[in-house]
Design a protein around this ligand. Structure first.
Ligand code: SAH
Length: 359
């Protein structure tokens, strides 16, 4: 084996793993915290510049470890300030990450997979199929790159795992990334500033309920009945609406926190008054809030965005049933950075095939 292949990638190590690696090489474990602070607090990636480490340790880091960082290949800015980053990973695959300013906070929308296997009927990423999982280092790497590129080292930001991919279909790497993001020597983020959005993979949700690091949860529901949801979100044939609501009812929530239910509004499909009434009934016993997402239309997506009146009417029915409702403002549509519009050409696979494998 060459020395190159024995090198550990610092980006892929949680702090306990880095402590163990240092220990195995005859260095003190506590240096892991210092190295983390260089990487994540200060954004310094060259061991030679980590001046509070001994010369020996700096040399050992330079010779015994690598550090992969996604490379920015393209950056596009929307008229509304939203910026989309096309990032190249170590194996040449590409993903997109989006910066959404002033929502009112600063938000990074991060990808957890190259493509996605879920094949939701209205989502462009779903058309790609799943190419591969994004590693924990690459998930955190997107945050490192955006912080640097946007000069945001001293600015607070939120993270939404709503980019390409289904985070719970890449469970272990997503959780590992969350642990690095919340590590006090890592990005030191509060889990409350991180939102994980999922179609609702049941077994993974049950597992998430027991995690020590608990992000906010958003469920992509999109329909109140199995018949309708089955048409829009294929995985619903495996995990139905009542299963999801049942897990959500049992999900351990911190005081005053609630589960967000995302609902893409599609004209004439799921935006009728009776759909709103059914949705209200379904969520009656859940600590919830509803986020309506008027469809971001795109070529190849066989649906239309409802009229503003239909959107208002739908929201009003939910509000009349005492649900908290918000309507997501579409951001970055002119640069195809809005929800469901992230797609990277040239690495498509058959979505149908991928989903068959999963189920
Ligand atoms: N796989 C995860 C996260 C990715 S997408 C999930 O499904 O939750 C984040 C949100 O954007 C999801 O609610 C998704 O359903 C929604 N979305 C996908 N395509 C969209 C489109 N064309 N218009 C509006 N929202 C879309």
């Amino acid at each position: 084996m060459s020395t190159e292949s024995c090198r550990l990638d610092l980006a892929e190590l949680e702090r306990p793993a880095l402590e163990a690696a240092l220990d195995a090489r005859g260095h003190h474990r506590f240096h892991a915290g210092q190295i983390f602070r260089w990487l994540y607090h200060r954004g310094v990636t060259d061991p030679a510049a980590m001046t509070d480490l001994s010369r020996d340790l700096r040399t050992a880091l330079a010779n015994g470890f690598t550090l992969s960082t996604p490379e920015v290949v393209q950056r596009e800015k929307s008229v509304d300030g939203t910026e989309k980053f096309l990032l190249r990973l170590a194996d040449g695959r590409t993903i997109e990450s989006v910066f959404i300013p002033d929502t009112p906070s600063m938000t990074f929308c991060i990808s957890t997979q190259v493509g996605c296997a879920m094949a939701c009927a209205f989502c462009l990423t779903g058309k790609m199929g799943l190419v591969r999982n994004v590693t924990a280092g690459e998930i955190v790497g997107q945050v490192r790159v955006l912080v640097d590129a946007l000069n945001m080292r001293d600015t607070r930001f939120n993270i939404v795992l709503m980019g390409m991919g289904e985070p719970l279909h890449n469970y272990d790497q997503t959780m590992k990334a969350l642990r690095i993001l919340v590590d006090e020597n890592g990005f030191a983020m509060s889990p409350r500033r991180i939102t994980l959005s999922t179609v609702g993979l049941l077994a993974a949700l049950e597992k998430l309920a027991k995690e020590p690091v608990m992000p906010n949860l958003a469920i992509s529901l999109h329909a109140p009945t199995d018949r309708l949801r089955g048409e829009l979100v294929p995985i619903n044939k495996k995990y139905g609406v009542s299963d999801i609501i049942d897990v959500c009812q049992r999900f351990p929530l911190k005081r005053r926190s609630r589960i967000t239910f995302e609902y893409v509004l599609l004209a004439g499909v799921n935006d009728r008054p009776e759909d709103a009434r059914r949705l209200a009934k379904l969520l009656a016993g859940v600590k919830s809030k509803v986020n309506l997402i008027p469809l971001n239309a795109a070529a190849g997506i066989p649906f239309e965005r409802p009229s503003d009146e239909a959107i208002d009417r739908f929201a009003q029915i939910l509000a009349d049933h005492r649900l908290t409702v918000s309507v997501r403002k579409s951001r970055g549509r002119d640069i195809r950075a809005a929800c469901g519009q992230l797609i990277v050409e040239g690495q498509k696979k058959s979505a149908g095939q991928q989903l068959a494998v999963m189920i």
